[in-house]
Every structure is written in structure tokens, then in C-alpha cells.
Ligand binder design. Structure first.
Ligand code: ZN
Length: 487
């Protein structure tokens, strides 16, 4: 801040300067207040239920894992791309614990990026947090979070973290619980894990034996990262901790039968196992009821209208996608949904609704990574796993592919059988979260043949869509899918 000089006879330009300084401080201050108000109202809005005290709502009805929802936060800022996904429940202790971990990871990442920028290095980093969900018949879920951060150099860092929650009972679980808190069982656990690692053909040749010994020493602390399923306990290690990078994330999966003698009575599940196997979904029924819609679309193709393709990325979402489907129906508009495999897994019914309404299904990878930095194997896994779940759940194949952040290179093109679709109208809806701005961006740059980018995980996008469709319809546009546009 500027110091006010003490002399009495200061010149008049000094008075002006001081006045300006004070004025700009006042204006700057109010702007900051405005900004903080704006961001807090935006984050409330984001939950869709402003009235509840905690900004987390759980769409339990539509999730494949009752009591759990998947949260997806994506920042498309080209300098610091971030894609973070994590589970949330109605339990605040569980939610707070996970959010604390996520916040730490995000803060750490932005601090490192800022540090590089301060020394004048222009680097593009990446933060990607994804998770796997495992369920046990007791209602206990294990969530294995994988945090990948890259801030320059040859390799990024990968960290595994695990969380546990049973929405039926509100309880968590520890490895000590599973083994009756008995230290005498530790050496047997350790031995079972070592045996599994040294017999796994995918891992055994890459193990660092000293590190294996250290990380499987018979102490509870070594076994904190695990997933409990009906059949097995899967132990996780950090990348590079016990094996070469080629292995990826090393795991040791040990059948519960084998551990039976060591397990606490509560977790001896042989007798329960059969009961739960019936839960596997058979959602592969093909739906042939869409013939009429296809015919209608073909008819539309012959008209002379200007055409525009609406695209929605990063979904599906129970509330936002559903509202968008209603708005599209009102205007008899067809669109393309570039879905994340991780969210299709959580919300199969919503993905199915998108298909049933006659929209084009697009693939947007499973975890939303920057594919330009990924290996060919990782790229093909991301694309293929997502195509598989989309077809399994909806009975229809994904017909186009949009790489996250629009980032691709020759390796990505080689790994994708689907046409790569980008966009020319960016609504920046992920950034402003303002329903009115959606229309402003569309008005500014839409022309015949445009592909408009939006995201169906933001409530503001669903809220602003009606005005966008009304405007485009008025301008004489016809709404088509990206494949129809490229025919
Ligand atoms: Zn995206």
C-alpha cells in the first residue's frame, strides 16, 4: 500500500494520486466481495438444492451403488487441466474426509504449478483423480482413489488412497476390523500377499524384492489400502513402491476362502456368497424401438435448413441430464452426449434414457485424462472400456469420440476406431456457470454446421438450454447429431 507523505506542502498531483489510490482500494475491495459472493452462490447452485445446509446431494435412486453418488469436477483451463472424481454419500463424516483429501491434492497441484510459473517456466500440468468402487454383501463399499499429478519432467506422480463406507449402517471399516485386530495374524497376511505377488505372471518379473519385503512387513500400516469384495481382499501398493513402472499399480488379490481362518467372524462370507451373485446386471437387452425416430431424422436431412449439432460432455448426471433431455424433447431436438465411462457405471439408467430418446452416444473416456501424455495401452483402455460399458448399458454402440480437453495426437487417432469430434463453439459453461451466458456465447459464434460444446454436469447449463434452443430455432436452425452433420 502507498504511504501518505507527512509533509504539509505536498503538491496537488500528490493529492490526486492519494485520492486515486484510496478510490481504487475501495473499488477493488468491493469487487473482491462481489467475487466471493458470486462464487459462493455458484457453488450452492451447483448442488441443485440450495436449501440444504451442506452442499452435497445424493441421487441415490439412480446410482448403481445405492447411497453413493459420483462427483465430477473438471476444469478445462488449458494451463492447469483438472479432472477430479470422487464418491459422496449422505454421511458428512465420510464426505468431509474425502473432500479434505481432494482439497489437499488440488492445493498441492496448484502450488506446484504456481511455483513453476513464478520462475518463468511455462508448463502444462495435469491433475486426474479417479476411483474404483467395490461392494461387499454387507453393504460396505471400498473406494480406491488414484491420484495422478503431472507438473513437468518425464513422469507424473501416482498415489493410491482408499476410503470405506457402508450407507446402510453409516460405518467405515479398517483392515484391523477384518482380521479381528489380532497382531498374531499379521505374519500370515504378509505371507499370503508375498506369495500372491511372486506368483502373479503379470507382476513377478518386475518386483523389487527388497521393497516387497519392506512394504509387506507384518505391520497393520502396510495393509491399509485394500478393497473388500464378496470373494476377495485386494491389496494395493503405490506405483513404483514394490515394482517397476511397467506394472502400473501393483495389486495382490487374495481369495477370502484362502484367508478364511484369519478373518473376523463377521467377514467369513462363504455362506453369504451365493446370495449376492444374482445381483449381476443383465442390462444388455437390445432396444429396437427406435426405427421410427431414425426415419424421422432421415426426412429432416432433406430440408434446406441451417444445421447445428449440440453436444454435451462429462455426463450422464441424474438431475442435469434428465432436465436436458426434457428440454431437447420440447424442441424435438437431437443431440450428442459424450459420456464418461465412470459416470455411465454409476448412472446406467440415465445413459439408457439418453439412448431411448434417440440421441447419439459418444465416448469421452473413463477418467477424463489428457490422452496426449498417455501410453497407447492407457489410451486404448480408456476408450475401449468406455465403449464397452456404453453398449452394455444402453444396447447401442458409441459412434463418435471426443478426447478430453480436445487434446489428441497420432497415437490417440490410431487407438480410436471412432471418428474424433471436436467443436467450434465453446460456451465455457464449465467456467461461468451462468445460464444467461450460455446463450450469449452461442449467439456470438454459431453458424451453419457448428458444433456447440456444453457439459451436462452443470445445473446452469440445463437451466440455460431452453433459451439457447428457442433462439436457434428462431434463427432457422435444425438440431442434428454430430454424425448426421458429418454425413
Ligand atoms: Zn470433458
Amino acid at each position: 500500500m502507498k504511504k501518505i507523505p507527512a509533509e504539509k506542502n505536498r503538491s496537488s498531483w500528490m493529492d490526486i494520486l492519494i485520492t486515486c489510490t484510496i478510490l481504487s482500494l475501495i473499488v477493488g475491495g468491493s469487487y473482491l466481495i462481489f467475487l466471493s459472493k458470486k462464487s459462493s452462490s455458484a457453488s450452492t447452485k451447483n448442488t441443485g438444492h440450495a436449501a440444504t445446509s451442506i452442499p452435497t446431494t445424493v441421487d441415490t435412486i439412480d446410482s448403481k451403488y445405492p447411497g453413493i453418488k459420483i462427483n465430477t469436477e473438471i476444469s478445462n483451463d488449458p494451463d492447469t487441466p483438472v479432472a477430479v472424481q470422487y464418491p459422496q454419500s449422505t454421511d458428512e463424516t465420510f464426505n468431509t474426509e474425502i473432500k479434505k483429501y481432494i482439497k489437499q491434492a488440488k492445493d498441492h497441484y496448484s502450488a506446484e504449478i504456481t511455483a513453476y510459473k513464478e520462475i518463468g517456466e511455462d508448463i502444462t500440468g495435469e491433475l486426474n483423480i479417479s476411483f474404483k468402487t467395490f461392494s461387499h454383501h454387507s453393504g460396505m463399499y471400498s473406494f480406491i482413489l488414484e491420484t495422478y499429478s503431472y507438473v513437468g519432467g518425464a513422469n507424473g506422480e501416482t498415489e493410491i488412497q482408499s476410503f470405506y463406507f457402508n450407507p446402510k449402517t453409516g460405518e467405515s471399516i479398517t483392515i484391523e476390523d477384518i482380521f479381528e485386530n489380532d497382531v498374531n495374524r499379521l505374519s500370515d497376511i504378509s505371507e499370503a500377499i508375498r506369495e500372491q505377488l511372486y506368483n502373479d505372471p503379470k507382476i513377478k518379473d518386475y518386483l523389487f524384492s527388497d521393497e516387497v519385503s519392506k512394504h509387506t512387513e507384518p505391520i497393520w500400516n502396510n495393509f491399509q489400502k485394500f478393497a473388500l469384495t464378496d470373494d476377495s481382499l485386494i491389496f494395493y501398493f503405490n506405483k513404483y513402491d514394490i515394482a517397476a513402472g511397467a506394472v502400473g499399480i501393483p495389486t495382490a488379490s487374495i481369495s477370502l476362502d484362502k484367508l478364511d481362518k484369519l478373518l473376523a467372524t463377521e467377514f467369513k462370507m462363504k455362506e453369504e456368497k451365493a446370495k449376492d451373485n444374482t445381483k449381476e446386471t443383465a442390462a444388455t437387452e437390445k432396444n429396437n424401438g427406435d426405427k421410427d425416430e431414425l426415419d424421422t431424422n432421415e426426412k429432416d436431412m432433406t430440408s434446406e435448413n441451417k444445421r447445428v449439432a449440440l453436444t454435451f460432455d462429462d455426463g450422464p448426471d441424474p438431475k442435469v441430464t434428465t432436465q436436458i433431455l426434457e428440454t431437447l424433447k420440447k424442441y424435438d431436438a437431437k443431440a450428442t452426449f459424450f459420456m464418461l465411462g465412470s459416470r455411465v457405471e454409476y448412472y446406467p439408467d440415465i445413459a439408457k434414457n439418453v439412448q431411448a430418446a434417440g440421441h447419439e452416444l459418444g465416448n469421452h473416456t473413463w477418467t477424463h485424462p489428457n490422452l496426449v501424455k498417455a501410453s497407447a495401452k492407457k489410451i486404448s483402455n480408456e476408450i475401449n472400456n468406455t465403449s464397452t460399458i456404453i453398449e452394455d448399458v444402453t444396447g447401442q454402440k458409441a459412434t463418435s469420440f471426443r478426447p478430453p480437453y480436445g487434446a489428441f495426437n497420432d497415437t490417440v487417432s490410431e487407438q480410436s476406431d471412432l471418428p474424433i469430434i471436436l467443436w467450434d463453439v465453446d460456451t465455457l459453461d464449465w467456467k461461468h456457470r451462468n445460464p444467461n451466458q450460455l446463450l450469449a456465447y452461442v449467439k456470438q459464434s454459431t453458424k451453419d454446421g457448428s458444433i456447440i460444446l456444453m457439459h451436462d454436469i452443470h445445473q446452469s447449463t440445463a437451466d440455460g438450454l431452453d433459451a439457447v434452443l428457442a433462439y436457434l430455432k428462431d434463427e432457422g436452425y435444425e438440431f442434428v447429431t454430430v454424425s448426421q452433420l458429418n454425413e
